[in-house]
Structure formats: C-alpha cells, structure tokens
Design a protein around this ligand. Structure first.
Ligand SMILES: [Zn+2]
Ligand SMILES: [Zn+2]
Length: 487
C-alpha cells in the first residue's frame, strides 16, 4: 500500500516538474527579450555612437571611422581641439558645436598641387585636418563661433570642416566663424568650408571672416582663398556664402567667392565637375606684392584651370577690393586706436554671446557664445519608480522647442539601520546607472522591447499560479486516495 502511495507521489512530482519546465521555457523567452534589449544596446552603440558632451566629442579622435550622432548642442569653450583625420559619418541632427577653437595643424600630411603641377607636402587644420573616403560624410551640423588661428612654417591649408578633403561629403551644414592663417612656405590658403580637395559640398551655409597672411616678403608663393574652398575641384550644389576676406601676399593670389583656384589633379586627371545653384556675397580685400601681377579675384572662382564642369545658376554679389600698399597686413580690424566696448547678450531661445564694438571705427565682432536656455514647461511622460528611471518632456513656452529629460529613480525612505549604508551607495548609483539619452528611434525600439518583456511577465505569473494549483490538487487527491485505501 505504502509503495503505491510513494509511486503516486513520484507521478505527481513528475507532472509538476514537466509543468515547471514549460514555465521555464516561457521564462527563457523573457530572458531572450532582455538579451535582445542588451544586444540592441550593443548594436546601436557599435553602429551609431551618440555624442552628449565635449568629452564624448573629443573621444571621436579614438575611433575616427565610426558613425556618430549629436544628441544636443555642445559648447567647446575653453577646450583646445586638435584636428584629426576623419573617415566616418557624423550626423549633427541639426545641433550646433559652439566655440570650437583650433590653433594647430593635425598630423595628416598630403600632397597638394599648384597651378604648374608642382607638388608640396602639406599640413592641414580644421575641425578635421582631413576628411577622406567615399563613405565619409558630415551632415546637419552647425559650427557656431568657430575660431581657427594657425601660424606655420609649412605649406598649409585651413578650412572650417576640413583642411583637406578627398571624395568625402558635407551636406546641410553651416559655419559661422573667424579663420586666420599666417604662413610663408610656397603654397597655402584658407577656405570657408574646406581648405583643399575634392568631394561634394551641398546645401551648406558659410558666414566667414577669412584672413591669410604671407609672413615672408622675400619669397614668392601661391596663396588661395575661397568662401567654400581655397583650391581643388569639389562639386558644389546650392551653397550660400557670405565672405569677408583679407589676403596679404608677396606672390600670387587666387581668391574667389566660392573657390580660389579650380583645378583637377594630379597631372592627367580627367573629371566632369559640377558647380550649380550657389550664391556668394561679400568682399575680399587683398594685395599682391608682385611685379608679375595676375591678381585673380572675383565672386565665382579666382582662377579656373579646368573648364570641364557643369556650371549653372551660380550668382554672386561680390566686391573685389585690391589695395596697393604692401607694408601693413590686411586684417578684419585694423584701426589705429581700437577702443572695444562689450555687451553681453544672454541666452534664451537663441544662443547668447558677447558683442564687441570698436568705438573708434565701428568694427563689430561676436564671441563667447553660450548655450540656449529655453523656457520649458515640463510634462511627466513616465513616472520614475524605485527600479526604473522616468522621463519628462519639455516644450518651450516661447518658441515651441521640445526636449526630454530622464527622471532619477525614487530612493526608498531609509530605515535607521540602513541609513549609513545608503549614504555610501547613493552617490554611485545616482549617476552611474542613468540611461544615456539616445535618439528617439532607438528609444522607441527599446520601448517596444520593454513592452514585449512586460507582456511575457504577465504570462509567467498566470502559468506559475496554474502549476501551483494543479500540483496542490494532485497531491490532495493522492493523499485522499491513499487514506481511503488504508482505511
Ligand atoms: Zn577700430
Ligand atoms: Zn524657446
């Protein structure tokens, strides 16, 4: 009798075990959901790196072939930026980098060619010293108050986004900045978007003050300046340039509203270029201290070496301003008695900045931009709990700009015993487990994954209750039967 009773107990245990295995399989599904979330995080991390602050922007130099997204505007005030070669993809998502300041060339050395196909090993400066490769692209990025001031003894080109570009693309970007190069070695120049090279620049805006100074009057050199590009053969489509140029040279100048010198290279290169729908306005003031003068300067392209390009609907409103005194460098601000008055414009829905006005000559300049401070009204989208971060959405009452922010997890009321321990762990847990802000698509994907995990949790609870119930009933029946039989 007892044997039979134990047999029944074993059967009941087997049934319970089978049901538990079934539940475990569902549990495994939940785990794979969590794994999926983790995989998604790794995937998005490896495919697109999101940049939230100056430190993360600087870290681009460690992986210059990766794909990057800006998550917000970034203020680079007080940080020296060393140009590096970029081969990846940077999408600014419409955000701005403020006060990027550069005073040195990068490590890249590339060959550049003058109009006689002489070759020069050349150095470069810009946000990147070099942008190269057909996948390399910068888009939807604004450089606000970019400052480049480089002095060098080498052949050198500087440009806002890249000193040198090869086959890369710049699309839907803008720059507002002041660029200055002081050099004297044979071949050098300044460009509003890029210094030297080829590739494509499309739908961009440059509002730039460009200064190029030849620091040695005893040697003749080739000097280049362009609102978009100093020298090369980039394809330009639908760009708008406002240029204030100052070019002092004891050699040959090549100055253009769009491009200083348009030329295919290396020797024998055949190419069908395209320059359409661009607009250049402004003025280049220059001197060419040279008895054998050519003085190329006009609103489209300074000197055109190759005519094999589509040329359509380009317009300009440009002033060629040549001066004939060669002893004083031409500078944006060059009055004898500068008396600067400053006015701080605080940030609001637009960036703040400091405006400097010379009381003697009226020269104006803006500097020290500060990040926007919108007047947000906040709505909680998801309450924070003890285990999860919440999220709130802000809409600016003045301009309608939107943003979202994370709400920290709720910290439970400390009991007297745990108080000491909590105080120790608080500072660590508070910042370290904060989820990083990511682009909305990534957040949406994560949300749908979380939802799926949530649904699974419901099923697991239901099945667990069923298993416990069935097991209890089986044990009860078996116990009752064995009792009856013994009686
Ligand atoms: Zn002045
Ligand atoms: Zn606003």
């Amino acid at each position: 009798m007892k044997k039979r009773f134990y047999g029944m107990i074993i059967t009941a245990l087997c049934i319970t075990l089978a049901l538990a295995c079934q539940a475990k399989r569902v549990k495994a599904q939940e785990t794979s959901g969590e794994e999926g979330l983790e995989n998604l995080q790794i995937m998005t991390r490896s495919s697109t790196i999101v940049i939230n602050d100056p430190k993360e922007l600087l870290r681009m130099a460690e992986a210059p072939g990766d794909v990057y997204d800006l998550a917000c505007d970034i203020d680079m005030a007080g940080i020296e930026w060393k140009p590096f070669a970029f081969h990846g993809v940077l999408n600014g998502r419409g955000h701005s980098i403020l006060n990027l300041t550069i005073s040195q060339t990068g490590d890249a050395v590339r060959e550049t060619y003058d109009g006689n196909m002489k070759v020069y090993d050349t150095y470069f400066a810009g946000m990147f010293d070099e942008m190269s490769g057909t996948i390399c692209k910068v888009s939807d990025l604004n450089l606000v108050n970019l400052r480049i001031d480089v002095e060098t003894d080498q052949p050198c080109f500087i440009g806002s986004f890249a000193g040198y570009m090869e086959d890369a693309k710049i699309e839907n970007c803008s720059v507002q900045g002041i660029l200055q190069l002081r050099a004297h070695d044979r071949m050098f120049g300044v460009g509003g978007m890029i210094g030297y090279g080829c590739g494509e620049i499309k739908d961009c805006t440059a509002d730039v003050t460009l200064t190029c100074i030849d620091t040695d009057a005893s040697t003749k050199d080739e000097q280049f300046m362009g609102g978009v590009c100093a020298a090369g053969y980039p394809d330009l489509h639908h760009n708008t340039v406002a240029i204030r140029g100052f070019d002092s040279d004891h050699g040959y100048v090549h100055d253009g509203g769009l491009i200083g010198m348009y030329m295919f290279y290396p020797k024998g290169k055949s190419y069908r270029g395209s320059i359409t729908d661009n607009y250049a306005s402004g003025k280049i003031t220059f001197y060419e201290d040279n008895k054998n003068r050519r003085a190329y300067c006009n609103g489209f392209i300074g000197e055109i070496m190759n005519w094999d390009f589509e040329n359509g609907r380009n317009k300009n409103d440009f002033v060629r301003d040549e001066v004939y005194t060669y002893d004083v460098d031409l500078m944006p601000h060059s009055c004898d008695n500068p008396v600067m008055k400053e006015e701080v414009v605080p940030p609001g829905c637009e960036f703040g900045y400091t405006k400097y006005v010379c009381e003697t000559c009226g020269y104006e300049e803006t500097d020290h931009y500060t990040l926007r401070e919108h007047n947000y009204e906040w709505v909680t989208e998801k309450e924070a709990t003890e285990t999860d971060w919440g999220r709130k959405r802000g809409v600016c009452k003045d301009c309608g700009a939107e943003t979202s922010e994370l709400i920290p997890k709720i910290i439970p009321e400390p009991t007297p015993e745990s108080e000491e321990q909590t105080a120790e762990t608080l500072t660590e847990t508070d910042a370290d487990d904060a989820p990083k802000e990511q682009s909305s698509e990534v957040l949406q994907e994560k949300e749908s994954l979380n939802q799926r995990i949530g649904e699974n949790k419901g099923w697991i609870l239901l099945i667990s209750i069923c298993i416990t119930g069935i097991a209890a009933v089986i044990v009860w029946i078996l116990w009752k039967r064995s009792n009856e039989k013994e009686a």
